[in-house]
Design a protein around this ligand. Structure first.
Ligand code: ATP
Length: 245
């Protein structure tokens, strides 16, 4: 279902941008995947850039049109995407692979994949969701300041990027179906895989350095944390983030 059709490009500004352009012209059905072997303007959250090595890494966008998805349940898409990428990465490396809330994938403390989701809302429904994924696959020369790693660095061997893509799409289909049939309850695995879950970690709350323990994610996708004074509260990305690793 996901990856039919698979549209492959040598170079794009970004796969999310091409996906949005195709959608706006009515040319991207649910399940379409846009793959670029190189991106000239890859993006992360908050407009930051995503670097990928041409023909060594994987950058793609999955176009989805969720049925009847309410805006306040849209974090389910982040869970589906993070679980799918986590499954495929974890199967290829030895290190401790975790989901860094909301949807990066880390091996030990290094980032191996990033996910950028763009949802279009009409009224209170999410009508389109573009799920952009960047995975460091065969690049073994990542700049140290990124605190990043790749599948090749972790496993000591090169990986076939198209097989990895197929596996991520298969796992995406698996979690998507589970989520559609059970919405929230189906995806508790996300909580089990959270980076620093139950451990005191350095976070920034309203820009202030804070120690907190991640407990879970609430239905709105906010991270539920315990502060050192024992208070438990949920915060969104607008107020809370992990301190630089
Ligand atoms: P952080 O991980 O610093 O908390 P974030 O979760 O907000 O940031 P994203 O928006 O998901 O980050 O990704 C963009 C950031 O990821 C960039 O600012 C850069 O620091 C880092 N980055 C860019 N390219 C890569 C890459 N190939 N591998 C790992 N990290 C990268």
């Amino acid at each position: 279902m996901f990856g039919g059709p698979l549209l492959e490009f040598e170079v794009l500004e970004s796969t999310n941008k091409t996906a949005a352009d195709l959608l706006s012209h009515g040319n991207a059905a649910h399940g379409t995947v846009i793959l670029a072997h190189a991106q000239s303007d890859g993006r992360g959250q908050r407009g930051r850039s995503w670097q990928s090595a041409p023909s060594l890494d994987l950058t793609f966008t999955i176009v989805t049109k969720p049925a009847g998805l309410k805006a306040d349940a849209q974090f389910g898409i982040s869970k589906v995407a993070a679980l799918a990428v986590h499954d495929a990465v974890r199967a290829r490396v030895q290190g401790d692979t975790r989901i860094k809330w909301p949807n990066d994938i880390l091996i030990d403390r290094r980032k191996v994949a990033g996910i950028l989701i763009k949802n279009d809302l009409v009224g209170e429904l999410v009508v389109n969701s573009l799920i952009g994924v960047g995975i460091n696959v065969n690049n073994q020369e990542l700049p140290e300041e990124l605190v990043a790693t790749s599948l090749a660095i972790e496993s000591g061997t090169l990986h076939d990027r198209l097989s990895l893509l197929r596996e991520v799409l298969d796992r995406f289909g698996y979690w998507w179906a589970k989520w559609e049939s059970a919405r929230e309850e189906g995806l508790v695995s996300y909580t089990d895989r959270l980076w620093t879950r139950g451990r005191w970690a350095d976070m920034l709350l309203d820009g202030e350095a804070t120690k907190a323990r991640a407990l879970d994610v609430d239905p709105l996708g906010r991270l539920l944390i315990e502060l050192t004074d024992g208070t438990v509260q949920a915060y969104g990305l607008d107020r809370l983030r992990f301190a630089p690793r």
